[in-house]
Design a protein around this ligand. Structure first.
Ligand code: C2E
Ligand code: CA
Ligand code: CA
Ligand code: CA
Length: 279
């Protein structure tokens, strides 16, 4: 299928100097984005494939740039990682997301798991567990309701340090999952050693289902493997009714994608959660 798994990153035809200048300008802007309240979160629902009930949401950051309008995280997260700004930005994301999950729990008497993306640099930060603990502490969110999404690349980096960090996070009691599963340098070995609770099948495998028989085989195999390891499976990028039906047939646990809900404001999610409760 066309466009599978590709981000629609814009290609600028400007000269190299122009590109460097705009890069520097963006960096200067990003430094101020936090204090100027230009970052905000959207939340994309994750649904149980059978009941179609919302069981969680994934927090996705956006930047409302004063001149350029809304900038996608695919553009500024790499810059934030390069400059180290991902650490304070990630801390803000974590606290804001925990706060929102706690607010839903209070207002709707429902537990909504909050998934937060963690970049490799954040994972390597020696203060990570302290940052996670204080976000939970300050918001009063139950650690079980916080999911941290890690990528294969993050986990592969340095086995010893990774294990120590994962131990700390496990001690806190947060829920760990592997994002974009199947696209990185996968090693089945770490699935055995690390206490990861869920795999998120990358949308490049879901894209093209049900026609693409190779993607179908990979998706089924990932689900079988995960279940064998007592892990849950989330399918990302579910865009059609047919994909949903197939994933249910395959025994996938959770689904996320445009067919089920776009990344949305907290208010919109509140309405969706409220409606489900009423019916
Ligand atoms: P991701 O973690 O894999 O997040 C899923 C991305 O797929 C999101 O893009 C989401 O809007 C998009 N998506 C969801 N459903 C569909 C669908 O059905 N079809 C298609 N084509 N796309 C779908 P978004 O929000 O632009 O985020 C892009 C990436 O930026 C994320 O990929 C994640 O790697 C990163 N990111 C976003 N927020 C944060 C954050 O707070 N911290 C960190 N470290 N990274 C973040
Ligand atoms: Ca993610
Ligand atoms: Ca993903
Ligand atoms: Ca990603």
């Amino acid at each position: 299928a066309k466009n599978c798994g590709k981000n629609n990153a814009k290609l600028y035809s400007s000269s190299l100097t122009m590109q460097i200048m705009s890069h520097v300008k963006l960096e200067v802007g990003l430094r101020k984005a936090l204090q100027n309240n230009e970052l905000y979160l959207l939340y994309q629902p994750q649904l149980d494939v059978r009941s179609l009930e919302i069981v969680g949401v994934e927090a996705l950051v956006r930047w409302r740039h004063p001149e350029r309008g809304i900038i996608s995280p695919t553009e500024f997260i790499p810059l934030a990682e390069e400059t180290g700004l991902i650490v304070p930005i990630g801390e803000w994301v974590l606290r804001t997301a925990c706060n929102q999950a706690r607010a839903w729990q209070r207002a709707l008497h429902r537990s909504v798991r909050m998934a937060v993306n963690l970049s490799a640099k954040q994972f390597k930060d020696e203060n990570l567990s302290q940052i996670v603990l204080s976000a939970l502490d300050e918001t009063g969110l139950d650690p079980k309701l916080l999911e941290l999404e890690l990528t294969e690349g993050t986990l592969m980096d340095d086995a010893k340090a990774t294990l120590a960090t994962l131990e700390q996070l496990r001690g806190i009691g947060v829920y760990l999952s592997i994002d974009d599963f199947g696209t990185g340098y996968s090693s089945m070995n770490y699935l055995k050693r690390f206490d990861v609770r869920a795999l998120k099948i990358d949308r490049s495998f879901i894209c093209g289902l049900p026609q693409d028989s190779e993607n179908a085989a990979i998706t089924r195999a990932i689900i079988a493997m995960a279940h064998g390891l007592k892990m849950a499976v989330v399918a990302e990028g579910v865009e059609t009714d047919e994909q949903l039906v197939l994933l249910e047939e395959y025994g996938c646990d959770l689904v996320q994608g445009y067919f089920l809900g776009h990344p949305s404001s907290a208010d919109t999610i509140t309405q969706m959660l409220g409606q489900l409760k009423a019916t």
